[in-house]
Write a protein of this length. Structure first.
Length: 165
């Protein structure tokens, strides 16, 4: 039993030498959602607190990102979040994709699927009240409508079967 515990301790110590890259990718600030759409302060605050750590190139890495394997899990989660929706590069998306991402976003917020429960365990300040959810959903819907209108996109496009990126 002592050998097993010693082996576990050794593995835990050794994996600490394999840290994640905490460098945020560079980006053009003029492509950032907040810069482009200049939302009200309340919306910007909600986005920064509840979305930007995983869905932008402005991640603030917490203390536990230095502890493996938690850091590996975190890095994978951030990479997946940025791949799905990156507010820092939002302006580089085609209008149709912008509208689609906003629709997905407000649907996930309405369902309570975002922010993720696993994120909220440690980041209590990212938890959304019902009022904040409504504010964010209403704003995303407003911007989605603006994008569709200004780009002559159908107002209510049928849901696609395949993933659109």
């Amino acid at each position: 039993m002592k050998k097993v515990l010693l082996a576990i301790v050794v593995v835990l110590v050794v994996i600490q030498f394999f840290q994640i890259d905490k460098t945020n990718p560079t980006f053009d600030e003029n492509q950032d959602f907040l810069k482009i759409y200049n939302p009200p302060a309340e919306v910007a605050s909600i986005l920064k607190a509840s979305c930007y750590d995983c869905h932008s190139n402005q991640t603030v890495y917490p203390w536990y990102s230095y502890v493996q394997p938690a850091g590996w899990f975190l890095k994978d989660h951030i990479d997946e979040g940025r791949e799905e929706l990156n507010f820092s590069t939002f302006g580089s998306y085609e209008a149709k994709k912008q509208a689609h991402k906003l629709e997905e976003s407000y649907e996930l917020v309405e369902k309570g699927a975002m922010p993720l429960e696993s994120y909220l365990i440690i980041h209590k300040d990212a938890s959304l009240t019902d009022s904040q959810k409504t504010t964010l959903v209403d704003y995303f819907k407003k911007v989605e409508t603006q994008i569709k209108t200004s780009n002559n996109l159908p107002a209510d496009e049928p849901k696609h079967q395949e993933k659109e990126d």
